[in-house]
Structures are given as structure tokens and as C-alpha cells.
Ligand binder design. Structure first.
Ligand SMILES: [Ca+2]
Ligand SMILES: [Ca+2]
Length: 224
């Protein structure tokens, strides 16, 4: 069955590849993966594998698969909603061959087509990471498939400004934002923590001091 699913992934030839065709394979694959203890929920809801840590950078990675069609923007938001061991999640950034190889072997060995956190939405051909500690940085290392990125965008005049990994083998393809895809990978890094909020009492304290100051000024004004 794994071979059948991988073959469905590998035989796609165009940028408007039939994602729906993959859903059947995905659904049947889900039960097998659960039987293997890989996935933790049924495929009718988002499923995710247990996060796995890579020795190369200490980050953790989690494959999330859902039967709801998701855009790149949706995947970025969804990934940001994940947390693990106190770390906030972000849509994965793959910045080296070693990271790609780890993900291929340990996180997404089934080669689910999955959103990555890069884009050239600001300037065509200027690929940048939108997520994680690398946010705003150029993609120094890439893993584009043959003839990609091609900004093909058939039927999408806005072109192709986002990235799907494992499009062909483990290779990347640029694609339009609202392409319907079913999987993404969440990365967790201690470098990606939320801004430390003000202690809850401070705004109240500040407000209270302002009120006291106002009352004092009023008292003075009455005395004058
Ligand atoms: Ca990364
Ligand atoms: Ca493309």
C-alpha cells in the first residue's frame, strides 16, 4: 500500500496535479499508519505523527495530515497554532541537504506532499522564508524539482509564489497559494518562542497610577 501511495505521488506531471486523486490513497494509508502506531487520530480529523527531534539542530518536526484542503497561508497559520514542550510551531523551513534527508527518512517517509514556509510573494524569483527563525532570510539552499520553480500558475495569473515539498520524490515545486493540499510539517525550535508578555498586573498598575495622577491634579486645580 505504501508503494501504491508513493506511486500516486510520483506520477503527477503538471502543476494542477489532481490532489483529490490522492485523498483515497491518503485515507486508506491512514488506517495502515495508525496500525503501525505512527498516526494518533483517524483521518477524518487532522492527524499528526509524534514530533521527532533532529540531532543536527535540536529542532523537532511533526507531520500533520488532514482531509481538509489547505492553502499555504492556512498551513502557516495552522502550524503557528501548534506548540510542543513550550516551543511554538512554525511551518517548516528546510535549509540544508542534511535537514531534507532527515525529514525524508524520519518525518515524512511516505512523501506526503506538504507545504513549506517559503515564498517569493514580495518579488518574483526572490525566495524568502516566511516562518521560523529564518523569517525574512533568502533561501540559501533549495531542493527544486526539474524545471522548478517555473511560476507556471496555469489558470492563476498571480503565478506561483509558495512551495510544496515532496512534489516529486523529495523535490520542491512552486505553486499558487490556494492550491488544495492536505499536509504540512510543523517545526519546533527553542529559537522560535513567543514574545514575553508584560506581567498581567503591570498595565493595571500603570492605569491606576494615571488615575491617581489625574485625581491629584484635580485636587490641586480646586485649591487654586
Ligand atoms: Ca528548519
Ligand atoms: Ca511550479
Amino acid at each position: 500500500m505504501l508503494r501504491k501511495f508513493r506511486s500516486a505521488v510520483m506520477t503527477r506531471t503538471s502543476d494542477v496535479a489532481p490532489a483529490r486523486r490522492l485523498v483515497g490513497a491518503l485515507a486508506s494509508l491512514g488506517s495502515s499508519l495508525m496500525a503501525l502506531g505512527v498516526l494518533t487520530f483517524g483521518v477524518s480529523t487532522p492527524v499528526s505523527a509524534t514530533p521527532v527531534q533532529w540531532d543536527g539542530n535540536g529542532h523537532w518536526y511533526e507531520l500533520v495530515t488532514t482531509n481538509a484542503q489547505g492553502t499555504s497561508a492556512g498551513a502557516i497559520a495552522a502550524a503557528a497554532g501548534h506548540s510542543y514542550n513550550g516551543m511554538n510551531g512554525y511551518l517548516v523551513t528546510i535549509t540544508s541537504q542534511a535537514e531534507q534527508v532527515f525529514l525524508d527518512g524520519q518525518v515524512n517517509p511516505w512523501a506526503f506532499v506538504a507545504w513549506l514556509g517559503g515564498s517569493d510573494e514580495q518579488a518574483e524569483g526572490d525566495w524568502r522564508w516566511l516562518t521560523g527563525p529564518e523569517k525574512g532570510q533568502a533561501l540559501d539552499w533549495t531542493n527544486w524539482g526539474w524545471n522548478e520553480p517555473n511560476n507556471h500558475g496555469e489558470g492563476h495569473p498571480e503565478g506561483e509564489d509558495y512551495i510544496l515539498g515532496w512534489w516529486s520524490g523529495d523535490k520542491w515545486n512552486d505553486i499558487y497559494d490556494n492550491y488544495s493540499n492536505y499536509s504540512y510539517i510543523v517545526e519546533y525550535s527553542a529559537d522560535n518562542v513567543a514574545a514575553v508578555p508584560l506581567p498581567a498586573g503591570l498595565p493595571l498598575l500603570g492605569g491606576g497610577l494615571s488615575v491617581l495622577g489625574l485625581l491629584a491634579r484635580r485636587r490641586k486645580a480646586r485649591r487654586a
